[in-house]
Structures are given as structure tokens and as C-alpha cells.
Design a protein around this ligand. Structure first.
Ligand code: AMP
Length: 216
């Protein structure tokens, strides 16, 4: 059985795109806390109203709130998960480790290594198809010449509000502040596997498959 996987990496490191592919390839349950929170905002739920402004600024929402959302998605039966966007700090890492051991899940951490100096361009050019969730980059992975999704043909293409130039700087600063302690935490437990996420999408996926196959 494939162990549960945690993907760690800067915004724009490509972890979201690869997480979707990996989850589908290995039958893992993909849990993206960012997607869950965006859905709460879209549904105008109580949680959505609380987090909307925090997310728009690129800051982190409260640990308890995210963990509560996440807990609802963990099932008791035998399952492997792919966690994307969680943990964001050491408190969350500890909470997650407890939760996964309660569920009896073995796990590894895939760290998407990228040069942060190049990442801002990747983020501001990111677009997502609202219909099927495919993620594009206006420069490296463009839409059709009519601006439609190449996978499902939809023209309902969105730019995330927090992918704007004004917010990206803060998101990267938040990432830089929080990231090193988490990387050290998982490295000291011998769970961290570094992935060269500087490569193109296909090569990163090939590397991921090699690594994950060696874990089974
Ligand atoms: P992401 O889609 O992972 O880039 O997350 C988008 C935004 O959702 C972040 O900038 C945070 O505001 C919020 N968020 C997502 N995951 C977490 C988390 N684990 N802890 C706190 N805030 C989070």
C-alpha cells in the first residue's frame, strides 16, 4: 500500500498540480486545505466569511479552524491520504502527526525544492479552469488560443485572488518564515524526500513516481 504523502513547498512550486496527478495515479485521497477554504468562501459559509479577508491578504488562518475542516475529511477505514497545504507550521505538523498515527497511517513528506527568486512569475501567471480544476501557466503551460481549457474546453478560467502581484510577496514571506522549521522537523524524523521541482511538469511527475514506487 502506498503510504500517505504530505507535499511541502512554496506557493507556485507546482505541488498542487502534481498532487492532483499523484493522487489519481496512486488512488490517494487528495486533501488540499486551500481548496477546502476556497470552497467555504464560495459557499459563503460561516467559516468562509471568517477566512475570506485573511486569505485575500495571503496570511494563514487559525490552526484550529483548518484542523477541524481537515478532521472531517479523514475516514476511519484503511486509506492513504495526500495532504496539500497542510502543515504550514510546527503546531500543525505535530497535530497532523498525532492524527495520522491515530489513523494508523504511515507517511512520507515530499519537499518541492524551487528557486524562490523565480517563483513570483509562476504564481502571477497561474490560472485554473473552474470546470475541471486543471491548472495552467500563461507562459509555460498556456490555454488554447481562444483562452479555453485544453482538457474540458471550458472558458471559465480563473485567477486566484491571492495570486495577484500585491499578495504574492506576503505569501512568499509567510512561507519563508514557516518553512524551515517544518523541513527540519521532518528531516529529523527521517521522513523528508526532496524533489527537484525546478524541472518541467512531466519530469517532476516522473521523479515523483520513481520515489513513490520505491516506498511501496
Ligand atoms: P494554498 O491553496 O495552499 O496556497 O492556500 C491558500 C491560503 O489558504 C493560504 O494563503 C492561507 O491563507 C490558507 N491556508 C491553506 N492551508 C492553510 C493551513 N494549513 N493553515 C493556515 N492557513 C491555510
Amino acid at each position: 500500500m502506498t503510504p500517505s504523502l504530505i507535499v511541502l513547498g512554496a506557493p507556485g512550486s507546482g505541488k498542487g498540480t502534481q498532487a492532483i496527478k499523484v493522487a489519481s495515479e496512486y488512488g490517494l485521497m487528495h486533501l488540499s486545505t486551500g481548496d477546502m477554504l476556497r470552497l467555504e468562501i464560495e459557499n459563503k459559509s460561516e467559516i468562509g466569511l471568517v477566512v475570506q479577508e485573511i486569505m485575500a491578504k495571503g496570511n494563514l488562518v487559525s490552526d484550529e479552524l483548518v484542523l477541524d475542516l481537515l478532521k472531517k475529511r479523514f475516514e476511519k477505514k484503511d486509506k492513504s491520504y495526500l495532504l496539500d497545504g497542510f502543515p504550514r507550521n510546527l503546531k500543525q505538523a505535530n497535530m497532523l502527526s498525532e492524527q495520522l498515527s491515530e489513523l494508523g497511517c504511515e507517511y512520507r513528506v515530499l519537499y518541492f525544492n524551487v528557486d524562490l527568486a523565480l517563483i513570483k512569475d509562476r504564481i502571477v501567471n497561474r490560472r485554473t479552469c473552474k470546470s475541471c480544476g486543471e491548472i495552467y501557466n500563461l507562459i509555460s503551460k498556456p490555454l488554447s488560443s481562444e483562452g479555453a481549457c485544453l482538457k474540458c474546453g471550458s472558458r471559465d478560467i480563473l485567477q486566484r485572488k491571492d495570486d495577484s502581484e500585491a499578495v504574492v510577496e506576503n505569501r512568499l514571506a509567510v512561507f519563508q518564515e514557516m518553512n524551515n522549521p517544518i523541513v527540519d522537523y521532518y528531516m529529523s524524523k527521517g521522513l523528508l524526500i526532496s524533489i527537484n521541482a525546478q524541472q518541467d511538469e512531466v519530469s517532476v511527475f516522473e521523479d515523483l513516481k520513481k520515489v513513490i514506487n520505491s516506498l511501496k
